[in-house]
Design a protein around this ligand. Structure first.
Ligand code: GAR
Length: 193
């Protein structure tokens, strides 16, 4: 049986990308043949050296060009796109071709702490400043508005007054690495039935 092929888009460190690649290695129905990044200095590039995963490095002009991305996805026979810390807006043309097939992870409990400018450590800083008793992750489909697509899953962690921004980030990344692969697997299995 042909496996579902995932492209992972990542702009930074790529810990989620690496976690997904590890999780789906030798998986019976899902594979991760491609990582795409719009940042030639992204940590993820180095982390994928000496692995069979193909790394596509694009510039921001290509990242904003829907046809260019569609062609890259078609050339690589991609069925689903997963955003793991990808910080560029996805062009509308790609969203319409991959309707309900682009999955993002956001490091907070949406609709709180979402929208433009809310990414990575900025999210955790805002959570800390608001003295939130809890935070978490949101895994959702991508539509044309930042962080507003249909929510597939949320997972929470409690916070204490003593947690600083880095502690919050560490807790949230723990949840991401635990749940992101499982939720992707569940979603793809369900819609493929
Ligand atoms: C992750 O925490 C992810 O949730 C966040 O960027 C981080 C990337 O970490 N994404 C966003 O903020 C999107 N709005 P990683 O590069 O180590 O996977």
């Amino acid at each position: 049986m042909r496996k579902h092929r995932l492209a992972i888009f990542a702009s930074g460190n790529g810990s989620n990308a690496v976690r997904l690649i590890d999780y789906f290695e030798n998986h019976e129905s899902i594979e991760t043949p491609v990582v795409l990044t719009n940042n030639k200095n992204a940590g993820v590039i180095e982390r994928l050296e000496n692995t069979p995963v193909k790394t596509l490095i694009i510039d921001n002009k290509q990242a904003d060009d829907g046809e260019c991305l569609i062609n890259l996805m078609r050339e690589n026979e991609i069925d689903f796109i997963v955003l793991g810390g990808y910080l560029r807006k996805i062009p509308a043309a790609l969203i319409s071709i991959y309707q309900d097939k682009i999955i993002n992870i956001h490091p907070a409990l949406l609709p709180k702490y979402g929208g433009k400018g809310m990414y990575g450590i900025h999210v955790h800083q805002a959570v800390k400043e608001a003295n939130e008793p809890e935070t978490g992750i949101t895994i959702h489909l991508v539509n044309q508005n930042y962080d507003e697509g249909r929510i597939l899953a949320q997972h929470m962690t409690s916070l204490s007054q003593d947690d600083n921004t880095i502690d919050i980030q560490r807790k949230v990344q723990g949840l991401e690495h635990e749940w992101f692969p499982k939720e992707i697997e569940k979603y793809i299995d369900n819609i493929s039935k």
